[in-house]
Design a binder for this molecule. Structure first.
Ligand code: ADP
Ligand code: MN
Ligand code: MN
Ligand code: MN
Ligand code: MN
Length: 366
């Protein structure tokens, strides 16, 4: 009998709950994951490796049909998958791995939605400043018919007020998804900071961070993959749309992806002064950044950044202490302690974290 209880990732027992069959004792099911041509959705396919690679460079380069993912036209549609980070796989368990990939065209140039490529160059240039990020991913759970989870099919839920951080089956919809996802993130070794129910019924949030440099984008994309996969197994859908059509009529908060940022300097004594030096610099690029803070040229986010519902107006840049109506907030505690981080509240829930962290660093430090 093979010994299924031998060393496993993170010292955890065999999982395999989705299949009821224990993971293979030696082989690795490597699930390659990449961002498709929408810049928002993920694609994935799995292959068997004889043993689990120790280093990321040991995973083979693979390919896929870019014409089926909105990333290539015509006959020469093969694109390359280049593994860049790997994680224990909470679904398949054992030696299985989730393998995050960058996408490249046949000339080995990054594809149009491979924003990790440029982000990595930016992060390498500022590595000595030790940039940390924490991103707050808000999302809405939907039924398979794309109607928000828990909403009455004829009519609307009661107004906002009782849903944020709520408990109870008349106000918290889909907690089983949230808890399974939280555990899946921990199993995969992600730095998940926490979760909470949000202001709109069916809306939730999780936070990843603090995480340094390029790993912020890597971890958030993997956390999103885990969320879509967990939701799939419960038969519900995750929407990262900052303002889904069903919520456009009525007084419902949209969804964002607040991005918290610090550097060695902002985290040290005198850090508040450094934050006050960086934020006006960031503001010079306000309109450019709004176009880059969602995958559709700023159009998705425009529906959300109205100046109402705890958002700033898209028209002007502002920053302030404890101000949740500003573009960028300096948390009260940071002002009190004189050091810490700032929060860019503008990014859309469907933003590319590589784009957002790259923009903030390029706009403040380069
Ligand atoms: P909010 O009060 O805005 O809802 P959250 O608690 O949801 O805040 O999220 C705060 C995020 O900031 C977390 O992801 C946390 O990891 C991150 N964070 C905390 N300290 C730092 C820091 N020094 N640099 C960057 N991010 C940080
Ligand atoms: Mn085929
Ligand atoms: Mn939050
Ligand atoms: Mn929130
Ligand atoms: Mn926040």
């Amino acid at each position: 009998m093979p010994n299924f209880e031998r060393e496993l990732p993170l010292g955890m027992a065999n999982f395999g709950v989705f299949l009821g069959i224990p993971p293979h004792p030696t082989k690795c099911q490597a699930t390659y994951i990449w961002i498709d041509g929408t810049g928002e959705h993920l694609r994935t396919k799995t292959r068997t490796l004889d043993r689990p690679p120790v280093k990321i460079s040991e995973y083979p380069i693979w390919n896929y049909d870019g014409s089926s993912t909105g990333q290539a036209k015509g006959r020469s549609s093969d694109l390359y998958l280049k593994p860049v980070a790997h994680y224990p796989d909470p679904f398949l368990g054992g030696w299985s791995r989730l393998v995050l990939c960058e996408t490249y065209d046949p000339e080995m140039k990054p594809t149009a939605t491979n924003h990790r490529y440029t982000c990595k160059q930016i992060m390498d240039r500022v590595a000595a400043e030790r940039p940390w990020f924490g991103m707050e991913q808000e999302y809405l759970l939907l039924d398979r018919d794309h109607y928000p989870l828990g909403w009455p099919k004829h009519g609307f839920p009661q107004p906002q007020g009782k849903y944020y951080c709520s408990v109870g089956s008349d106000r918290a919809f889909g907690r089983e998804v949230v808890e399974a996802h939280y555990r899946a993130c921990l199993y995969a070794g992600l730095t998940i900071a926490g979760t909470n129910a949000e202001v709109t019924p069916g809306q939730w949030e999780f936070q990843i961070g603090p995480v340094e440099g390029i790993a912020m984008g890597d971890q958030l994309w993997i956390a999103r993959y885990l969320l879509h996969r967990v939701a799939e197994s419960f038969g519900v859908v995750v929407s990262l749309d900052p303002k889904p059509n069903t919520t456009m009529t009525g007084e419902w908060n949209g969804a964002g992806c607040h991005t918290n940022v610090s550097t060695l300097k902002t985290r040290s004594p005198g850090g508040l002064e450094e934050i006050k030096r960086l934020l006006p610099k960031l503001g010079r690029f306000h309109q450019d950044h709004l176009r880059l803070y969602d995958p559709n040229g700023g159009r998705d986010n425009q529906k959300r950044l109205s100046g109402k519902f705890e958002t700033s107006s898209a028209n002007e840049y502002s920053f302030g202490i404890a101000d949740r109506g500003a573009s960028v907030r300096i948390p009260r505690q940071v002002a009190d302690e004189g050091m810490g981080y700032f929060e860019d509240r503008r990014p859309s829930s469907n933003c590319d974290p590589y784009m957002v962290t790259g923009c903030i660093i390029a706009g403040t430090l380069l």
